[in-house]
Design a protein around this ligand. Structure first.
Ligand SMILES: Nc1ncnc2c1ncn2[C@@H]1O[C@H](COP(=O)(O)OP(=O)(O)OP(=O)(O)O)[C@@H](O)[C@H]1O
Length: 251
């Protein structure tokens, strides 16, 4: 379980995450939604100890990330699929990750198989398609067999087969009792994947609700989402849109 308690992050005058208090429960896929700049990535980065909260706490099964001795065994994360040295072979990259967390090297071949990259294990990371890079990132998430998993836009660049594959993977990981948090801007995909939703807008919590309850009374998740976030969109292509917050950019 992930527990956020009054979690806040400010960058100068920008409040990226504003007093977020919630729990992300195991055993279900929790979709993490919000317009560009809503604070989703910043929240994930604080959960993973990559950003320090201005105030409040983010705990993984009761402990901050920095207190985890072998973090890959407790929490896996896919934040940026391209954050791998381009000259490294896939297998070498995963072996280094495994060694750093006392994970048996045999596990590397298991996860390469599971994500469909066993046949290209010796290829260099710089020579991968975006979809293959996403799969490599997912292999890294699975490597330590953690109970908590975070995925930031995992379907980016995946073809339709890949999209369906990740939908099934996320659902099976949740069915195994894991905590699965996944951000995406693809509403129809999210509607088919997530059981529960957390929606942010301008750093604040807008909704923490089951998919069924969130969508009830609307035609679709997309419709319910647009209705909720209409006042929270920071970046828009419509010239008549107006920002009502200092520092808001409109173009
Ligand atoms: N390192 C930083 N320095 C200054 N401002 C930042 C930094 N990181 C994020 N921000 C600001 O914090 C706010 C939240 O950004 P964040 O990337 O968390 O949003 P997001 O919901 O993940 O957006 P997206 O959907 O576009 O990925 C934005 O206004 C962003 O410009």
């Amino acid at each position: 379980m992930i527990t956020l308690d009054h979690l806040t992050k400010r960058y100068g005058a920008t409040t990226a995450v504003d007093d977020l208090t919630l729990q992300i429960q195991p055993g279900r896929v929790t979709g993490f939604l919000g317009p560009n700049g809503a604070g989703k990535s910043t929240t994930m980065r604080m959960i993973l100890g990559l950003d320090r909260p201005t105030s409040g706490t983010a705990l993984i099964d009761g402990r901050p990330y920095v207190a985890l001795r072998r973090p890959l065994r407790e929490v896996g994360a896919l934040l940026d699929a391209n954050a791998v040295h381009p000259g490294r072979q896939l297998r070498t990259h995963l072996v280094a990750m495994a060694r750093s967390n006392s994970i048996p090297v045999a596990r590397v071949d298991e996860v390469l198989e599971r994500v469909g990259l066993a046949g290209v294990a010796r290829r260099r990371a710089g020579n991968l398609s975006l979809g293959m890079s996403q799969r490599l990132g997912i292999a890294g998430v699975l490597l330590g067999d953690p109970q908590v998993m975070l995925f930031d836009e995992p379907v980016n660049g995946l073809d339709p087969d890949g999209v369906m594959w990740i939908r099934k993977l996320l659902r099976s990981l949740a069915a195994e009792g894991r905590t699965v948090l996944v951000s995406s801007h693809l509403m129809s995909e999210m509607q088919q994947t997530a059981d529960h939703l957390i929606v942010m807008g301008r750093g604040q919590l807008l909704a923490d609700d089951s998919m069924a309850s969130f969508v009830a009374g609307h035609g679709s998740l997309e419709e319910a989402y647009f209705r909720l976030t209409a006042g929270s969109v920071e970046y828009t292509g419509r010239s008549e849109a107006r920002g009502d917050r200092a520092g808001t950019e409109v173009f």
